[in-house]
Design a protein. Structure first.
Lengths: 325, 325
């Protein structure tokens, strides 16, 4: 079966726009932004072997490609509105497209986020999605707002995606049921969209965890001009990861990557509102540390790791870097 | 020399945002859209060997990657505001990045369009740009507005990019100076941004020419529910192309691709305003035909080609299709 580019777009991706002023099929899509709101946008490019394994089912790839973008909107506290999809495919593969579009639209529909345009071309598999959301003027959660004395929180559980990756890499093994649990965390991350919106006006800063806790935290610290203390035994993780040796737990929770949880700060006085936001969004929140003053002016941002007794813990880890890993 | 991902972004792409509410460095960029305006967006993905040849200098690639996107804004009559860049690179190549970013920012600055975010990763070379522009509410030029009796116009000259491609393919040869002229047309297209804005309220429909006149015209006809008559001898082309055999002229002007001129329609009564828009934008405009009623209800859109005497001309050509070519 041979489908041309335009037929291909139509068959799998052309759905009528309901919210956008103008959707697929013209030179541009057009979005209305109500008075008092601003448009938040983010874009992520996914490449096979870097961002997903060849073993990933197309339906889960469709989910994940949009999920990692929605996670950026969540970190800003934005309400998802629309997205564009640019797709390079080595060949027209209808089984792939059917699964990919099914997973993509299932997540899009769950968040009221509609496809408004994009591009398809032949080439090495590459998925580039841009998402658009609305956020009140001056209401976006930023990386730069952490202040000395703020508590540091994380949503959900950390490290399962990294644990699954280590199984794929063959560095450890898990029983079948446990593997499916962590594999699902890696392949089907749930962007914390409702939580992000609930944290507007509550959190002082936020970021989504894509490259590992320590690396992503360092971005917040650098942009906020502060340091942090993280209580390593407070880091939330699943029962599957908790059953692993402590060294594996620390690797996965501190430097995991692909968590797509929110890391955020809030003043201690706002602890009740933080708790309420977690309940409203149906997501567990854990206080994992606090923001402290910059140890030395002009120095790089620093995160001190301490155990439950407050003693320093040594840990060597770097953020995931696509050009170093 | 080894640069990590974040250093790389900073060195070549991190420039302070002047117009965006929030630029590079957070989870999302944030754009303000003034009351009475809407946001137009488009995205194009460029793959080596499909959209550009390996012989293309990095500086020109940077120009072209943004130019093809600005051309979509032009076709909507939108004013460029910002763009995001997602870039997959096989390796960190500073000579490439220096040239690419120079060409990219030169064109961006010429149109007041600022880089507000993006993504970089390792992978087969792939460039995905999303552009954002402003257009008055209900003021965007659409493909769907062509009406029976409208005149059909095109900006600039057609076919030089295709002529250059044929030289690269070895199907014909050109003298050095002529080759450089058409090569520049292929590699450094000038998006008709000022013209698009000048045509708001004047043109009844518009599209940018990226896949060849006949193919792109068919999109307008299909969405407008009309047919067209094109006067083949009226098609504007350069002196270099005019010196080629008629068969080459027709191939290049009708099915060329990569022209990035605007094709638009307007009622005959608006001819003076069309002329004024061309003068204001500093771009030559040529009337190349007219819109006629759909020959048969339920049939596909049809373009009749006629010569200067009105006689039918036969021509076989298809639009460029990335999955068929």
């Amino acid at each position: 079966m041979s489908l041309g580019e335009f037929d291909l777009i139509k068959k799998y991706f052309d759905r009528p726009a309901r919210r956008a002023a103008l959707g697929i099929g013209d030179d541009c899509a057009v979005l209305a932004v109500p008075s008092g709101m601003q448009l938040a946008t983010s874009c992520d490019m996914l490449v096979e072997g870097r961002h997903f394994l060849s073993t990933l089912a197309p339906e889960r790839l469709g989910h994940k490609a949009l999920a990692v973008n929605l996670s950026d909107l969540a970190a800003c506290g934005a309400e998802p509105q629309a997205f564009t999809l640019a797709l390079a495919l080595p060949r027209v593969d209808e089984a792939f497209l059917a699964g990919f579009s099914r997973g993509l639209f299932a997540l899009a529909d769950a968040h009221g986020c509609e496809l408004i345009g994009g591009d398809t071309t032949r080439g090495p598999l590459n998925i580039c999605i841009s998402v658009f959301g609305q956020v009140p003027v001056a209401g976006a959660l930023l990386r730069s707002g952490a202040r000395v004395g703020d508590d540091l929180y994380v949503s959900g559980a950390l490290g399962d995606a990294r644990l699954a990756l280590e199984v794929f890499r063959g560095t450890l093994t898990l029983a079948g049921g446990d593997f499916e649990t962590v594999r699902r965390a890696m392949e089907m991350p749930q962007p914390r969209v409702a939580l992000g919106q609930a944290l507007r006006g509550v959190a002082s800063s936020a970021i989504d965890l894509s490259d590992g806790l320590l690396g992503d935290l360092s971005h917040v610290l650098r942009r906020s001009g502060v340091d942090a203390v993280v209580e390593i035994d407070a880091l939330p993780c699943s029962a599957v990861l908790r059953a692993q040796p402590v060294a594996v737990q620390r690797l996965c929770t501190l430097s995991g990557g692909d968590d797509y949880e929110l890391l955020f700060t809030a003043p201690p006085a706002r602890a009740p509102q933080v708790s309420a936001a977690g309940i409203a969004a149906g997501v567990a929140l854990t206080r994992i540390g606090r923001i402290v003053g910059r140890a030395a002016a002009g120095h790089a941002a620093h995160t001190a790791l301490v155990d439950a007794k407050g003693y320093a813990v040594m840990h060597h880890a770097a953020s995931f870097d696509h050009f170093r890993a």
